[in-house]
Design a protein around this ligand. Sequence first.
Ligand code: ADP
Length: 396
Amino acid sequence: MQDHVLVVNCGSSSIKLALYGPEDRPIASALAENLGTAEARATIRTNEKTAIALPDHSDHEQGLAAIIDWLEANRMLQSAPGAVGHRVVHGGERFSESVVIDEAVTDAIEECADLAPLHNPVNLTGIRAMQSLYPNVTQVAVFDTAFHQTLPSHAYLYALPRHWYEDWGVRRYGFHGTSHACMLQTLSGRLKQPSRSTSLISAHLGNGCSITAIEQGQSVDTSMGLTPLEGLIMGTRSGDVDPGLFDFLQRKGLDPTTINQTLNRESGLRGLSGKTNDMRALEQASLDGDEHATVAIEAFCFRLARYIGAMMASLTHCDGLVFTGGIGENSVRVREKTVARLAMLGFTLDPERNRSHGDGQQGAIHADGSHPVYVIPTDEEGMIAADARTLGAQNV
Ligand code: ADP
């Protein structure tokens, strides 16, 4: 299929949209923010960045329509796209791969909404908006959880009463699956071996952070759980805490909603530093002598190193430890501090290769004789575009 493909990622008050040309070449991307408020606005990035006006209080459908109008008026999209790919956060146990969206699929996404109340409903809003803008175009759902449906039961079950799993689906699902799958695909391509024989540890470190053990092409352990709150320290999310904290805080007078919001939005790097969730800003603050920033970075790397150690228990060999996401791809310091704790596991960095992010080395940043360590840029949107194109072509 040589048509264009659109990729849509709807957040609660935002839309990220990307337009891909034939051969999945990215042509334009758009970001709409503050939807539903008087400050609703959008920018489109092609070779340059353009702000476009949105009506006050634009909702998702109006935001998408304005972006598509602009792409059409500027001759980037001259006919309906061949397919639209939607990022959907939670597919529960129903979806282990991307699917063409029909009514049964939208019903299932709705059913999974109690597992991802902040994400699935708004993902559905984006799907419905695009269905009404393009009623005859194949819409494809690509799930954050799908790649992790290969987790064995010893990895996905919590040590909780069994009926919580059976009755309510309480288990570890894992997220960022598209990015971890992208690491598998890219590393196996670089190593010129099939993905089914590639094993790695993939550390996706962006605003959200998760780590996955991939054994012979399959996700076998991952740090995020029932929700994206579990695991590593993230920008504003706490990651692992003692479950006893909930009772303690409730006895201190905090209600469950406040506790949940604080763990999701005011914790992690932001909570530890008392300042910001932005790693680049924290690194600067630490250089300027801010002790809270220094300890936030130290805690982030310590937790990450612990998890890398834990992930080794799921692998029989490791073709690479891979860093990706905004922090993983760009922070020399985080990689250095994390891997410095892993010498006993056989990982050592080459400082110069680390400083240049593996440029000219196929992303390799390890010292000679170490287990391999790579920096690989993630391309979740490209993965969604490719799935949408494939399923769109099968669905004509
Ligand atoms: P998202 O999960 O929202 O897609 P990103 O993957 O873009 O986020 O990651 C954002 C994080 O990457 C921020 O904490 C940001 O500070 C960090 N980051 C980006 N560039 C650098 C850099 N040069 N050094 C350190 N951290 C960086």
